[in-house]
Design a protein around this ligand. Structure first.
Ligand SMILES: [Zn+2]
Ligand SMILES: [Zn+2]
Length: 227
C-alpha cells in the first residue's frame, strides 16, 4: 500500500499493510510543522522516511513525534527518529518510564520477540487535556487511560471536520500492561462525546464518518461488556 492523504494535510505513512506487519499505523500531520503520531515498531524507519519523501516532504523537517502509548509497535522507531532527525519525543508521563528503562514487558517487546533500547523522552504530558498550538491549529491531547495507564488520544478540528487519533482503542485489556477496564470505559465514553468525523486508528486504518466512528467505538464497548 502506498502512503496516502487521509484528509487535507493528514497522511498515513506507515502501518501493518504499508510498511511492516509489526507496525501500528503512523500518521504524518503537515500543520506548518511536520508532526508524526507514532513511529512503527522500528524495523521500517527507512520506508517511513521514504513515504514521507514520496509525499513531497523533507524528513529532516520533522519536528515532533507524539507517542500514543508505550507499546513497541508504536514506539519502536522513536530512538532512531530522535537520532536521525533530532525530533522531539512526546508521551504521557505514566507511559514514559517503560521507554526510559526499555522495560521488555511494559513495552510489549517480549510479545514481539525483540528488545527495546532505553529511549529518552523530551516532553511528558501530565494533564487530562493539553493543547499544542501549531500555527493556526490546535492539536488537543487527551489522557485516555485504559489499554495502558498513559494512553492518549488526539484530535484537531480542520475545515469543518474533527479528526481523532485513537490508537489501540481495541485493547487488549491485559493485567501485564497495567490495563484498566474501568478507566477504558470512561475514556471511550469521552471519545464518543467528541463526535469525530474521522478516526485514524492504530491497527485497522481510517473510519470516515461520524456514524462509522461511533459504531466502531460502540462495538468495542459491547465487546468489553461496558455497554
Ligand atoms: Zn498497545
Ligand atoms: Zn498497537
Amino acid at each position: 500500500m502506498n502512503p496516502f492523504e487521509v484528509t487535507k494535510g493528514i497522511f498515513m505513512v506507515g502501518g501493518p499493510e504499508m510498511t511492516d506487519g509489526r507496525d501500528a499505523c503512523v500518521y504524518l500531520l503537515n500543520l506548518g510543522e511536520l508532526i508524526l503520531i507514532d513511529s512503527g515498531a522500528g524495523w521500517s524507519i527507512d520506508q517511513i522516511q521514504g513515504n514521507i519523501e514520496k509525499l513531497g516532504f523533507d524528513g529532516s523537517k520533522l519536528s515532533k513525534l507524539i507517542l500514543t502509548h508505550c507499546h513497541i509497535d508504536h514506539i519502536g522507531g522513536a530512538h532512531q527518529l530522535r537520532k536521525r532527525f533530532g525530533i522531539t519525543v512526546y508521551i504521557h508521563k505514566l507511559d514514559a518510564p517503560p521507554l526510559e528503562t526499555g522495560d521488555p514487558v511494559l513495552t510489549a517487546a517480549t510479545w514481539y520477540n525483540t528488545t527495546f533500547p532505553p529511549t529518552s523522552v523530551d516532553v511528558k504530558f501530565n494533564m487530562s487535556k493539553e493543547v499544542l498550538t501549531i500555527g493556526d491549529n490546535k492539536l488537543i491531547c487527551l489522557h485516555t487511560p485504559g489499554h495502558t495507564p498513559g494512553s492518549i488520544s488526539l484530535y484537531l478540528d480542520r475545515e469543518g471536520e474533527r479528526i481523532l487519533f485513537g490508537q489501540d482503542l481495541h485493547g487488549p485489556i491485559l493485567k501485564e500492561f497495567g490495563s484498566d477496564l474501568t478507566q477504558w470505559d470512561l475514556s471511550t465514553q469521552e471519545l464518543l462525546k467528541l463526535d469525530a468525523d474521522i478516526l485514524c486508528e492504530g491497527h485497522f486504518g481510517v473510519y470516515r464518518s461520524k456514524k462509522e466512528v461511533t459504531n466502531y467505538i460502540r462495538s468495542l464497548r459491547v465487546q468489553y461488556k461496558v455497554e
